[in-house]
Write a protein that binds this ligand. Structure first.
Ligand SMILES: Cc1cc2nc3c(=O)[nH]c(=O)nc-3n(C[C@H](O)[C@H](O)[C@H](O)COP(=O)(O)OP(=O)(O)OC[C@H]3O[C@@H](n4cnc5c(N)ncnc54)[C@H](O)[C@@H]3O)c2cc1C
Length: 401
């Protein structure tokens, strides 16, 4: 088996496959430890999918949130149990790849997959050939875990259709004048970004600050990030290492497996639209791909198509509800935040969701017939957003971007 890409999705798949006795080659084009633009927030629901101890790479444990609406008045909410672990991707990903290697996967970093001959015929003689700058490898199963815009999906026509979001982030080193409360709460600013939000995530020796939005509003990210920093009293000049990246949101039903090949994580567009969280689904999809690959190896499945079915049944149903909620909350963030501030029940729902104790589908069940109103307003919000996308695209075209 070949796994291309050693982010959270690839290392998860490679580790599970190796643990179950499969011969696995895990390739990554970068030398590890390598960084990736990311807030590095690992929710409890994401961590719960791992059967390994993350504590060596956890820098902070978050118990609450500081909310603002469009950089206005702040209010804090706390929970008695952890909500999210704060990690740095350079350390987290190196650790996960090490764990895959410890389970028996052969990990080769600094080796880019350059070309692929896919295994598409859906018979028991499936074999994919993968060419790197040096060697050529052949395997029955190829898992593309090579991130947003990954080569595996692109080459094989598996690249899922997705709506694109973008995010920009940077780091602010801790200084004595940064208030101590920025240690176990994260900051979330809602309503100021088209389809996204702003965040402040505390790490071991710095704060990570960032903003995300739909791609059409990408040109607003930089000024919005500086406004967010100013709102919390951090000078623009204190932000280091500013960088951005895509956040792919899969269109339900788009192709993510074919023959002996499957794409996972960002390569499959499996980012949670409401939270912008991708590590949770990277772990979940890596696991589903590994399980299906083992079935193919055992002769219980002819190809990887069962993986796509499993994603559609187990993950996409959640992501689709999240997408509706995102549409609604970005359309009307004020009532959402007002409820978050006043209703313990609502705040606790948010906490239980982050902890993986309930799901978006549970939320839909909880609100009962109100879901009809929710669907109606989400539909209205979607129409308004599509109108804005058109005018955003016209503006970008006029500005020659
Ligand atoms: C600014 C920003 C902030 C974010 N914050 C959070 C957050 O706080 N929490 C969260 O859960 N999610 C967050 N996300 C989303 C999260 O970063 C991704 O969803 C997650 O990294 C997906 O993991 P992955 O394993 O699918 O892909 P990646 O982590 O992108 O890993 C892909 C790997 O493939 C390798 N690769 C690429 N091409 C090749 C090739 N040809 N050959 C070999 N290797 C290759 C790359 O080097 C990389 O190591 C954020 C995203 C952005 C942009």
């Amino acid at each position: 088996m070949i796994v291309a890409g050693a982010g959270p999705a690839g290392s998860m798949a490679a580790r599970l496959l190796a643990k179950r006795g499969a011969r696995v080659l895990l390739l990554d084009k970068q030398r590890f430890p390598r960084d990736k633009p990311c807030g590095g927030g690992v929710t409890l629901r994401a961590a719960a999918l791992l059967d390994i101890d993350l504590s060596p790479v956890i820098e902070r444990t978050i118990h609450g949130a500081r909310f603002t609406l469009r950089l206005g008045e702040a209010f804090d909410r706390r929970f008695e149990q952890p909500l999210t672990y704060m990690t740095q991707r350079s350390r987290l990903d190196a650790y996960l790849a090490e764990q895959a290697a410890a389970a028996g996967a052969e990990f080769r970093d600094g080796v880019a997959v350059r070309e692929i001959d896919p295994a598409f015929n859906g018979t028991s003689s499936l074999k994919s050939t993968v060419r790197t700058d040096g060697d050529t490898y052949t395997a029955q199963i190829l898992i593309g875990a090579d991130g947003a815009n990954g080569l595996v999906g692109r080459t094989l026509g598996l690249r899922p259709e997705y709506e694109e979001a973008v995010a920009l982030e940077g780091n602010i080193p801790y200084t004595p004048d940064i208030p101590a409360e920025w240690r176990d709460v994260f900051g979330l600013d809602l309503g100021g970004m088209a389809g996204g939000y702003g965040w402040v995530f505390p790490k071991g020796d710095h704060l990570n600050i960032g903003v995300g939005a739909w791609k059409y509003a990408g040109f607003t990210l930089r000024p919005k990030l500086f406004e967010l920093a100013r709102r919390h009293g951090f000078p623009k000049s204190s932000i280091e290492n500013l960088r951005g990246h895509h956040l792919p949101v899969r269109v339900p039903g788009s192709l993510i497996a074919r023959g002996g090949v499957a794409v996972v994580g960002d390569a499959a567009g499996l980012v949670d639209p409401l939270s912008g969280e991708g590590i949770h689904m990277a772990f979940a999809s890596g696991r589903l791909a590994a399980e299906e690959a083992l079935r193919v190896l055992a002769g219980e499945a002819a190809d990887m198509s069962g993986y796509e079915t499993a994603v559609d049944r187990q993950l996409q149903t959640e992501l689709t509800v999240s997408r509706r909620l995102q549409e609604l909350f970005t359309f009307a963030p004020a009532p959402y935040l007002a409820i978050m501030r006043r209703s313990d029940k609502f705040w606790r729902f948010f906490c239980h969701l982050a902890r993986g104790e309930i799901t978006y589908l549970d939320f839909m069940r909880m609100i009962g017939p109100l879901r009809l109103a929710m669907d109606f307003f989400a539909g209205v919000a979607e129409k308004r957003r599509l109108g804005r996308v058109q005018s955003g695209l016209r503006l970008m075209a006029a500005a020659g971007r």
